[in-house]
Design a protein around this ligand. Structure first.
Ligand code: TXA
Ligand code: MG
Length: 298
């Protein structure tokens, strides 16, 4: 894997959040191939993945807030946006020309092994074509971008199932994308977060329509209408193959969300109806993805 990355090839890697389509962040040709394979707009920058905090400090300028959060949550599903230190390690194209970089240390053992062997910064967006749900299994990832890769690692189903939390630390701390590291967990360590808004300059990836299956998505549904597939939540909903969590557990629902959206979509329903999910804990991140899947800005 590390050798393929050094040779400028694309590889597919499991992480604890979702599968990633990975390349050497320093190699502009390889990075261009990622944008092409995903059909991703080049104004949307990529996340740099590194093996540990020391490697992160070589790439980005981390302040006390970043170090406090890193000590608590790395390795794990938290991405920090900080000023770029080594613009060669994560090339201009990977940063969409910004003077900041999004950086994280994933916890999946297979990803960690590749990053340790590679040594540098590996950029890896979710391994889906732009606008589609992120893949959380090897098979789903292969279906999306398998054609583009030199090698892949099957790391099983992703334990978290939603992309990492993205936290901007440029001026005031801002939650740019909710995820498994939650707002209250972050605020407990560094104080209140400012409103992110949907400012495209601050968080270029927060497009209104994203994570979308082919079928339209209908939210806050009590049950399926004629022709619809239904994703339930909790014990008191109509039975279908896709109850996100019969026990009403948000972490379980997050882990199932994208694979159930994909499975329901394969039955070619008139729409995918989804039961209400409470906002608490991981619910904020789940509802963010669902609103975007349905085409609404969160
Ligand atoms: O869990 C994850 O983060 C996965 C796995 C593979 O690590 N990766 C992932 O990458 O979700 P991607 O490319 O799908 O999402 C990256 C997000 C986008 O919303 C992008 O706009 C934002 O991070 N981002 C990247 N660099 C940024 C920057 N300099 N400033 C603000 N937002 C940035
Ligand atoms: Mg993505």
């Amino acid at each position: 894997m590390a050798q393929a990355l050094r040779a400028g090839r694309l590889v597919m890697l499991p992480t604890e959040t979702v599968y990633g389509l990975a390349a050497d962040g320093a190699d502009a040709h390889a990075v261009a191939a990622i944008y092409a394979a995903k059909g991703r707009p080049s104004f949307n920058p990529l996340i740099a993945h590194v093996a540990d905090l020391a490697a992160a400090e070589r790439v980005a300028v981390l302040d006390d807030r970043a170090r406090t959060l890193a000590a608590q949550f790395w390795p794990g599903p938290l991405t920090l946006v900080a000023p770029i230190r080594d613009a060669g390690a994560v090339c201009d194209l990977a940063r969409a020309g910004l003077d900041t970089v999004a950086i994280r240390v994933p916890s999946h053992p297979a990803a960690r092994a590749v990053l340790a062997a590679f040594g540098g910064a590996v950029v890896a967006p979710s391994a889906n074509r732009s606008g589609r749900p992120s893949p959380t299994t090897w098979a789903d990832a292969m279906e999306e971008t398998g054609f583009a890769i030199a090698a892949s690692l099957d790391g099983g189903a992703c334990a978290i199932g939603l992309e990492s939390t993205v936290l901007g630390l440029i001026d005031q701390p801002r939650l740019l994308r909710p995820g498994a590291v939650t707002r209250p967990q972050i605020e407990a360590l560094i104080g209140p977060l400012a409103e992110a808004g949907d400012d495209a300059r601050r968080s270029p990836g927060r497009l209104a329509r994203h994570y979308s299956p082919n079928a339209p998505v209908r939210l806050e549904a009590e049950g399926p209408r004629e022709g619809e597939a239904f994703l339930g939540f909790g014990p008191d909903v109509p039975a279908t193959p896709w109850n996100l969590s019969p026990a009403g557990d948000a972490a379980e629902a997050a882990a199932n969300l994208f694979s159930y959206l994909r499975a329901a979509d394969r039955t070619e329903p008139s729409a995918i109806a989804v039961a209400p999910i409470p906002e608490a804990g991981l619910g904020e991140a789940i509802n963010d993805r669902l609103r975007r899947a349905a085409g609404f800005v969160g």
